[in-house]
Design a protein around this ligand. Sequence first.
Ligand code: F6P
Length: 503
Amino acid sequence: MKPAMPSTDWTALETLADKPLEALFEGDGQRLRWMAFDAAGLHFDFTKTHLDQAVVAAFVRLAEQAGFKEARERLFSGAIVNPTEGRPAEHPAERGEGSEQAVELAGQRHARMRAVVDAIEAGAFGDVTGVLHIGIGGSALGPALLVDALGREEESYRVSVLSNIDGQSFDEAVRNLDPQTTLVVVASKTFTTAETLRNAESALEWLTANDVADPYGRVIAVTAAPAKAVEWGVDETRVLPFGESVGGRYSLWSAVGFSAALALGVDAFSDLLDGAAEMDQHFRLAPPEQNAPMLAAFGDLYYAQKRGAETRAIFAYDDRLRLLTSYVQQLSMESNGKSVTADGAPLGRPSGSVVWGGVGTDAQHAVFQLLHQGTHLVPVEFVAAVEADDGQDPAHHRELLLNCFAQAAALMKGRKSEQGARDYPGDRPSTTILLSRLEPRSLGALLAYHEHRTFTEAVLLGINPFDQYGVELGKEMARAIDDPETRDGFDPSTRALIERAGL
Ligand code: F6P
């Protein structure tokens, strides 16, 4: 018999009186001292959220009822935390935390990754100037973010990430690559994903059409299903495996990060893992009141469950982090977008929120109107680096930061006006995260923070964040539409669309 899910009672939280942010500052002279702190090299400021001692205490009680401490220990010890698939979630093992066996295996796989990077640098593949990284979802968003955020000047190879099945994406991805000197990295946990395999076939055709003698010899596969990659045609010496228990959206720490490790260097990749490991320790050991992922999850739940917020937004005041929102979107929405608990019972309350966002200051001139004066409550997370990147004009960076802080202050303060159109209600929540500099270590800590925030939210809701059955039906239907035997069974609207498109 399955163990019963722990039951949580949200009444205490639901009946707490809502206090405006201004009153929270006035009522607690120590607010800045305890709600703004450093963790794993990042600075977190939760003071502009509606969390206070009473709200945090209510969440701590909920966490106790949900068996949070035990669940967290299970995550870090490599016990089963993904009951529907009967697996642990072993991404922390990539950073050194987990069962002895998983940590050892992850170490060996990292060593193999490094050996392949060294071999490429030593000329085993001849002259290499570019990498076409093919993957989708968790097999693409992480590497794309890393290369975009940290590559720029230092990038030793031009990395182009191809995910979409749209042929335009393929053309775009290979436009600036030289087929003679490009390596193709096919990353797919399952090695069955239709888009990835189709794009990989097209990459082989592209190499062949450009007279590359041994196209398969230019392919490196990254997968948790090595036999499938070999069957597809990649020599096993060029297969970089990672663990079945590392979920796609949690996989950039594994061999899935290979293209980024190649472009940024293995030392940078190690620093990324170290930053994440530091956040692991913080999440494991810090008390809830000073625990950044826990407080962030409490905030997410407070606004979604108590105040009816359906979305939350992330704005990076740093162009290098323009892909952060997409990355966190998959992480959070694929993990916690579920309407049943881990044992299949109805959730009975809102699931994880819709995550959206963008880049400041651009977003100020596009969507911030709604954040300031719209009727929707949207908790915002601002992310910025204190120091500009080398070579950047400090005057620009100063203005970037001024704007970031001004937006958070304006959301909270608002402005009374006689004229309705100029009235800002204020009391709108935000969190600010400051990195000293955007570098591998701080980015690793930031991404691990999001993972643990997602995990905390899942445990309190009773959700299994590590499966994703909700993406299967659409894949099956795409196959069924493609099959003349089954397509007639579709609804009239879909049949008419198929006919109109001449499929
Ligand atoms: O369809 C969703 C999904 O399974 C994601 O969870 C995953 O990150 C992505 O597709 C890619 O899967 P794979 O790495 O197996 O190709």
